[in-house]
Write a new protein. Sequence first.
Length: 235
Amino acid sequence: MKKAGLIVASVLALSACGDNNKVALDSDVNKASYAIGYKTGEQMKGRMDDLDFEAFIAGMRQGATGTEADMKMTAEEMDAAITAYQQKKFEEMEAEMKKAADDNAAAGQAFRDENAAKEGVTTLENGLQYEVLASGEEGAAQPTLEDTVIAHYHGTLIDGTVFDSSVERGEPATFPLNRVIEGWQEALTRMKVGDKWKVVIPPELGYGENGVGDAIGPNATLVFEVELLEVQKGE
């Protein structure tokens, strides 16, 4: 036991005791073992919901303390089992992504169809929609794709979920127009300083089928309120 590292010790402690309340935390090693075991489990939460926890602990304990002679599976069998499991999870994830993409596309189209019928909303040929909420002065600067702009924005999904907002952060954003999504480029090059628009961006002009992490799903329609504050002309 003395030769076992803290991770091995935590595995032994976890596998030896079926009731967490009976684990004795009466030494530094026991406390560290429990903490490492807890942190490891916390990191894996949600990623192994369909695994057999007892088999997982048994395999972990065997790998940490056993010999090849004690193995219940050959190395080849383990590799094959892991590959098959990963393939199954990948296929499930793909199916979930496709369903989410289809659902988002349908909901987004319905939202844009309803929005297009509202008074004051303009729909462009590429599907971008905008509504002028406030107008700047005549002759105010209007950006091109070569320029950098300073703008305030509030971005939501069609259900109102906020995914990004300079307004909530209390500080406007500065960005080159040639480095943002096409929907932003389309809208902002039509705006002048002082304008405030509500912009509805179809997925084709946003983040498409990929989305962005957990914040923006595949084929999501995006809704922005954008206020153009300043144009910094490109060189």
